[in-house]
Design a protein around this ligand. Structure first.
Ligand code: GTP
Ligand code: SPV
Ligand code: MN
Length: 596
C-alpha cells in the first residue's frame, strides 16, 4: 500500500486511509501516459465496460452503457454538507458532515473488493495557471479514469504541481453496487472534499466537473472573489479579425454546447464571422489587473448531449467525435458505428439500443409510446482540441476577456428572443429570475418549468441568497462590467412549433449583442429591458416573416405580471440572506409593467 509515486504526505496518508475503507485489490496511480491509457482501454473491453467501435470508421472510439436507472444526475441524492444547515441555503439538500461521512462510509466499506483503486491527480485549468485548482479522484471505475483523461489534465505533471501548491480537493468515488438506493453525491466544501458512491453516470462521478468545478469552486469563488459558473465561453471573430468573447449560462441541455461551436449561416458568411470555442459547460472568471472580467474553461473535453447532434445543427461536433471519443448510452449499429435520435443518415435497422436490446425504428412500448434507441441524455466524451472551432487561447493561463454575459432558458412562452439588461444590477436580476423547462439531463419530470437562477440551481455549493449578493458585489469591483443579456431560442407558436430556427441562426442575435456592446445600434426600451429593433437583426438568407420576428420579440405585460408572482415566491425562500437590491429590481419591474 505504500508504493506511491509521491512523498507528499497529506496525499499518501489520505490515499492509504481511503484504501483501508474501500479495500481495493490494488492501487494504480494514473500517470497520464498513452501506454497506460491503452492498457486501461484493453482491460475495459475485456471486462465489458467498453465496447470497441469500428476502428476504421471511428478510431480510438468506444461505447459504454450505464445501468438503466443511472442515466442522469440525481439531484435528490446530491447534498451540500456544511457544518451549519443554513450555509447550504434553501435550494440545496443538506446533511450534517458527521452523518454524511458515517452513512457513506457504510456504502464505501469494502466497496472496491476485487477491483483496483485508481488514483487520478487532475488539474482544472492549465497546470500552473493562477486560475487552476487541483484535485485527486480515487475511483474503482476505468470508465471514470478514461473520461477524466479526456475532460481534465491528468497525471505526472499535475502531481508535481500539487506538491508545490500543497492544496487539493479530495475526491472519492466508488461505483459500489450501482444501487440507486445506496447512491449519494456528497460535497463537503469546508473540508475541500467530495464523496460519490453508487453511480457510474458522468455528472455524478466525473468529480472534476460539476462537483469540483461548480459546487466546490463556487464556494471557493465566493471567498476569493471570483466566479465559478455553468457557462459556455466563445470567441466571435468579427469581419475585421478582432475576436470578442462572451460567456453564456443556459440550464442543462438548453444549448450551451451547440452555441459555443456554432458555424455561421450561409446568409452571414459573406460578413466573415468565425466562432472559436473556449468552453461549452463551465467558466471560471476573475477580475484581472485591468479591472475587467477574464475567463478560462477549466475542462479539456466536451461531455456533450448526443440526441439532436448532426451536420446541420452542429457540424463541428460531428467532426470532433470521429475519433478518441467515448459514447455513452447510444445505439450500436451493425457496422460497429453509432447512432442517436437526430443523428445524420438513415435510421438504422438491426441496431442495439442503449440498454443492449435489439432495436428497430418505430418500436413502441406497451403504452404505444415510441421506444428511443439512444437515451434522451446519451452523451459523448471528446477532446475540445479536436474541434475545428477550438480556440487557440485554450491553454492560455489568463484566459479571455469577457465582453458580455448572456443568460437563457427554455421557455415556450414569455421570454422574448433577446433583450438586454439596463445595467449590471438589473442583469443580476435577469440571472436570478431565470426559469426553464426541465430536460433529460436530470432525473425528474420533463417539461416542468422550474426556476434556475444563472443555470446554477443544481450547482451552487452554498446559500443562493449569498450567491446573489456575490454577483452584485463582483459588479462593483469591475471597472467596466460586461453587459448582460437574456435570450430564448425556444419560444413556440400556437401549435407548439419553435418560432425561431435556432442553432447557427443564433449568430444573428450574437451579432446584435456585440453591436450593443460596441454602441452601434439603438434598442427599444420596454419594462423588462432593451429589446432589439426588428431592423437591427440581420435576416439575410433567413426565411422568417417579420410578423414571426415581431411575435418572437413581443412582451406580454399580463403574462409578466403573472410570472412575477412565481418570482416573489422564489425570492422569499432566501429570507434575510436575499439582497435588498433585487427586491428593488422586482418592485421597479412591477411598477414599469403596471404603467406599460
Ligand atoms: P449540458 O451539457 O447538459 O449542460 O447542456 P448544453 O446546454 O450544452 O446543451 P446542448 O447544446 O447540448 O443542447 C441540448 C439540446 O438542445 C440538444 O438536443 C440540442 O439539439 C438542443 N438545442 C441546442 N440549441 C438549440 C437551438 O438553438 N434551438 C433548438 N430548438 N434546440 C436547440
Ligand atoms: C449537465 O447536466 O449540465 C451536464 C452533464 O453538463 S453532467 O456532467 O452530467 O452534469
Ligand atoms: Mn452542464
Amino acid at each position: 500500500m505504500d508504493k506511491h509515486p509521491t512523498k507528499f504526505k497529506p496525499l499518501t496518508d489520505w490515499v492509504n486511509k481511503m484504501a483501508r475503507i474501500c479495500q481495493p485489490a490494488d492501487i494504480v496511480w494514473i500517470d497520464g501516459s498513452e501506454a497506460q491509457k491503452r492498457q486501461l482501454e484493453e482491460e475495459s473491453v475485456a471486462s465489458g465496460e467498453l465496447i470497441p467501435l469500428n476502428q476504421q470508421k471511428l478510431p480510438g472510439c468506444f461505447l459504454h452503457r450505464t445501468s438503466h436507472d443511472d442515466v442522469a444526475r440525481t439531484e435528490h441524492l446530491t447534498y451540500i454538507c456544511t457544518g451549519k444547515k443554513r450555509d447550504a441555503g434553501p435550494t440545496n439538500n443538506w446533511m450534517s458532515p458527521r452523518l454524511a461521512y458515517k452513512k457513506a462510509t457504510g456504502f464505501f466499506k469494502g466497496a472496491m473488493k476485487g477491483r483496483a483503486m485508481y488514483v487520478i491527480p487532475f488539474s482544472m485549468g492549465p497546470v500552473g495557471s493562477p486560475f487552476s485548482k487541483i484535485g485527486v479522484e480515487l475511483t474503482d471505475s476505468r470508465y471514470v479514469v478514461l473520461n477524466m483523461a479526456i475532460m481534465t489534465r491528468v497525471g505526472e505533471a499535475v502531481l508535481r504541481q500539487l506538491e508545490i501548491n500543497g492544496e487539493f480537493t479530495k475526491c472519492l468515488h466508488s461505483k459500489a453496487d450501482l444501487d440507486i438506493n445506496k447512491r449519494l453525491i456528497l460535497h463537503f466544501p469546508e473540508d475541500n472534499t467530495i464523496w460519490s458512491v453508487g453511480s457510474g453516470y458522468g455528472g455524478n462521478v466525473l468529480l472534476g466537473k460539476k462537483c469540483l468545478s461548480l459546487r466546490i469552486a463556487s464556494f471557493m469563488a465566493k471567498k476569493e472573489n471570483w466566479f465559478a459558473e455553468h457557462m459556455l465561453i466563445m470567441g466571435i471573430e468579427e469581419p475585421n479579425g478582432h475576436v470578442e468573447y462572451i460567456a453564456a449560462a443556459f440550464p442543462s441541455a438548453c444549448g450551451k454546447t451547440n452555441l459555443a461551436m456554432l458555424v455561421p449561416p450561409e446568409g452571414l458568411k459573406r460578413k466573415g464571422y468565425r466562432i472559436w470555442t473556449v468552453g461549452d459547460d463551465i467558466a471560471w472568471m476573475r477580475i484581472d489587473s485591468d479591472g475587467s472580467l477574464w475567463a478560462i474553461n477549466p475542462e479539456t473535453g466536451f461531455f456533450g448531449v448526443a440526441p439532436g447532434t448532426n451536420s446541420h445543427t452542429n457540424p463541428n461536433m460531428v467532426e470532433t467525435v470521429k475519433k478518441n471519443t467515448i459514447y455513452t448510452n447510444v445505439v450500436l449499429k451493425p457496422d460497429g458505428t453509432v447512432w442517436w435520435e437526430g443523428a445524420d443518415g438513415e435510421v438504422p435497422s438491426g441496431g442495439i439500443d442503449w440498454m443492449g436490446r435489439p432495436w428497430k425504428p418505430g418500436m413502441c412500448d406497451s403504452h404505444g409510446k415510441p421506444v428511443l434507441g439512444a437515451h434522451a441524455n446519451s452523451r459523448f466524451t471528446t477532446p475540445i482540441a479536436q474541434s475545428p472551432s477550438a480556440s487557440f487561447r485554450l491553454e492560455q493561463h489568463h484566459g479571455v476577456p469577457i465582453s458580455a454575459i448572456v443568460f437563457g432558458g427554455r421557455r415556450q412562452h414569455l421570454a422574448p428572443l433577446a433583450y438586454e439588461a439596463f445595467e449590471w444590477q438589473h442583469g443580476v436580476f435577469l440571472g436570478a429570475t431565470m426559469a426553464s423547462e426541465r430536460t433529460a439531463a436530470q432525473f425528474g419530470v420533463l417539461g416542468e418549468v422550474r426556476r434556475d437562477p444563472m443555470a446554477m440551481l443544481p450547482f451552487c455549493g452554498y446559500h443562493m441568497g449569498d450567491y446573489f449578493r456575490h454577483w452584485l458585489d463582483m459588479g462593483k469591483r469591475m471597472v467596466k462590467p460586461p453587459k448582460v443579456f437574456h435570450v430564448n431560442w425556444f419560444r413556440t407558436d400556437e401549435n407548439g412549433k419553435f418560432l425561431w430556427p435556432g442553432f447557427r441562426e443564433n449568430l444573428r442575435i450574437l451579432e446584435w449583442i456585440l453591436d450593443r456592446c460596441n454602441n452601434k445600434v439603438e434598442a427599444v426600451t420596454t419594462p423588462i429591458g432593451y429589446v432589439p429593433r426588428v431592423s437591427d437583426i440581420d435576416m439575410t438568407g433567413l426565411n422568417l416573416s417579420s410578423a414571426a420576428l415581431d411575435k418572437l420579440l413581443a412582451i406580454d405585460a399580463k403574462a409578466w405580471k403573472e410570472e412575477l408572482k412565481g418570482i416573489k415566491r422564489f425570492f422569499k425562500l432566501f429570507k434575510k440572506n436575499f439582497p435588498e437590491e433585487l427586491w428593488r429590481e422586482y418592485e421597479a419591474l412591477l411598477s414599469r409593467l403596471k404603467s406599460h
